[in-house]
Design a protein around this ligand. Structure first.
Ligand code: HEC
Length: 168
């Protein structure tokens, strides 16, 4: 009887864990190795981006004086280039480099900011995007449903929470 009780106890813990496994917190965070080769992906912008081309930049991404380059992986490429409708498919990754302004020209890389399209239900209210910020050397400093990123990118919900596209 005691054994049966222990078995039931273990089973209940196991099933609870299975259930809890559906929560966002338990979904595996994206690893740096999944975007480290971004420089060989498709570049979305032609000219280096500077100024506030969308009117939404505020204090983010090195502000309007910074310089920015945006890259997309093969999964997200057709949407960025207008050959497939929003939303981006799961597995899309967009990487943005932000550079300091060094006396009017591109200075050092400040960070990468990244959006990864996750499985549905990752953050269904905000398009299932995982937001990532790196240090200048590309190692991840923050990631997840970062509210500072979401607050601003939510203003572009009609473009699946992205601001830029290849036609700009
Ligand atoms: C105050 C608004 C604002 C905040 C905060 C912000 N962004 Fe952006 N983001 C923009 C704008 C505007 C663009 C368009 C490109 C440009 O002007 O540099 C952009 C572009 C991007 C892109 C390229 C895809 C796109 O949307 O065009 C990525 C990736 C990105 N941001 C990630 C992030 C991450 C990660 C964070 C949080 C660490 C963040 N952003 C915070 C405004 C913001």
């Amino acid at each position: 009887m005691k054994k049966l009780f222990i078995l039931l106890f273990i089973l209940s813990i196991l099933s609870f864990n299975l259930y809890a496994g559906g929560g966002t917190e338990d979904l595996t965070p994206t690893q740096a190795s999944e975007f480290s080769s971004y420089a060989s992906w498709t570049k979305v912008n032609g000219e280096t981006i500077t100024g506030d081309i969308t009117g939404f930049l505020g204090a983010a991404h090195e502000r309007s004086k910074g310089f920015r380059e945006i890259y997309v992986n093969d999964i997200g490429q057709p949407v960025e280039f207008g050959n497939q409708a929003y939303p981006f498919p799961e597995g899309s990754i967009i990487v943005k480099e932000s550079f300091e302004n060094n006396k009017g020209s591109k200075g050092d890389l400040s960070n990468l900011t990244i959006m990864v399209k996750r499985e549905s239900a990752y953050s269904s209210d905000y398009g299932d995007w995982e937001y990532i910020m790196t240090k200048p050397d590309g190692t991840i400093s923050r990631q997840g449903q970062l509210s500072m990123c979401i607050k601003c990118h939510a203003k572009s919900d009609y473009k699946d929470y992205t601001f830029f596209d290849s036609s700009m």
